[in-house]
Design a binder for this molecule. Structure first.
Ligand code: TRP
Length: 334
């Protein structure tokens, strides 16, 4: 069976360096491997939290534009909005009948997002992981690249696939494998090396946004937290210095240079020459992406066409799978 990748990001906010190095760069690389790649913008998931209706379509285009600007190639990968393929929502219902609420109760993301006010939380937020399983299974995806925080959701998707296969005595769904992005690309906040770089951090200095210009990037890197000790010369000297480790990780991921080579060059000295070099590497890596991103959004004709084509291709894969699944479940069909 052909290896098929499915992944997605929510159109809720702007993307940053962490999304690029942690996810998108990996998605781009997977296009060169032996996979069929589907990358969706999960707009149905985005409405599980309060949102602005008049900004949703724009955010959807923005996330798709970010995929493409980062190097996802619409000729080789299928890029589409989740809401444009109705089988996601249909599978969400079908699979909800195979999901135990006890399992949903244990989802840590739901506990975090739902907070203390459990009685008032929407059913959609609770069912979020079922919709995610539907996203994956409606394509019979075999591999799902996600961050660490989504591992639990993926495990549930695998259980749902197993339950379906067991209940309908079939091998219909492959159990989707989690592809965890390498440790090396986990990007932390520039102001706190123990917290992930995040769009929800109140301080804009904690992250490099996809749309930051060169001056802003350089300024943020110069301000980034380091420590009073000299620049490390070895992995041992990085121990217990999360901020330093993070800056070296970013440098390495963007330049392709090994951390040790970076330490050989800057080790023992002050941080300022390293930071200048890091600013340069970051600007060189991010500016072309920001430029392409802006071009794509200046006129939405191209991006809308890409999303429409992507939705057509995704539908062509997903509709027959839904039909077959419903047949296995015993529904009437002509
Ligand atoms: N829940 C994922 C996140 O927040 C996004 C997502 C939705 C997703 N559906 C998916 C990721 C299917 C991979 C596969 O990051």
């Amino acid at each position: 069976m052909k290896k098929r990748i499915l992944s997605g990001m929510q159109p809720t906010n702007r993307l940053h360096l962490g999304n690029y190095l942690g996810a998108l760069k990996n998605w781009v690389k997977m296009q060169d491997e032996d996979y069929e790649c589907l990358y969706c913008v999960v707009d149905l998931h985005a409405i599980t939290m309060p949102y602005e209706a008049d900004g949703l379509a724009r955010s959807t285009r923005e996330i798709a534009a970010a995929y493409i600007a980062a190097g996802v190639d619409p000729k080789r990968s299928i890029i589409f909005p989740q809401s444009a393929v109705n089988t996601h929502a249909q599978f969400n219902w079908l699979l909800s009948t195979m999901t135990q609420v006890g399992k949903l109760d244990r989802m840590t993301q739901f506990k975090d997002k739902g907070g203390a006010n459990r009685e008032k939380v929407g059913l959609g937020l609770y069912a979020y992981p079922v919709l995610m399983a539907a996203d994956i299974l409606t394509y019979k995806a075999t591999h799902v690249p996600v961050g660490d925080d989504q591992k639990q959701h993926l495990e549930l998707a695998r259980e749902i696939a197993r339950t379906f296969n067991h209940r309908y005595k079939t091998e219909f769904f492959p159990e989707p494998l989690t592809v965890i992005t390498e440790q090396g690309t986990r990007v932390m906040s520039l102001t706190d090396g123990t917290a992930k770089m995040s769009k929800s951090d109140p301080s804009d200095n904690s992250r490099i946004n996809l749309t930051d210009d060169a001056d802003t990037i350089a300024k943020k890197i110069r301000k980034a937290k380091s420590d009073p000790n000299p620049f490390p010369t070895s992995a041992a000297e990085m121990e217990g210095r999360p901020e330093v480790q993070n800056l070296i990780t970013i440098y390495s991921a963007l330049s392709g240079e090994k951390p040790q080579a970076i330490m050989d060059r800057f080790g023992g000295g002050q941080f300022s020459p390293f930071k200048e070099a890091l600013a340069e590497v970051t600007v060189a890596g991010m500016t072309p992406i920001a430029t392409r991103f802006r071009e794509l959004l200046a006129d939405t004709t191209e991006i809308d066409k890409i999303l429409k084509d992507g939705a057509d291709k995704a539908n062509a894969i997903a509709q027959p799978i839904l039909k077959d699944a419903m047949e296995l479940m015993g529904f009437w069909h002509a």
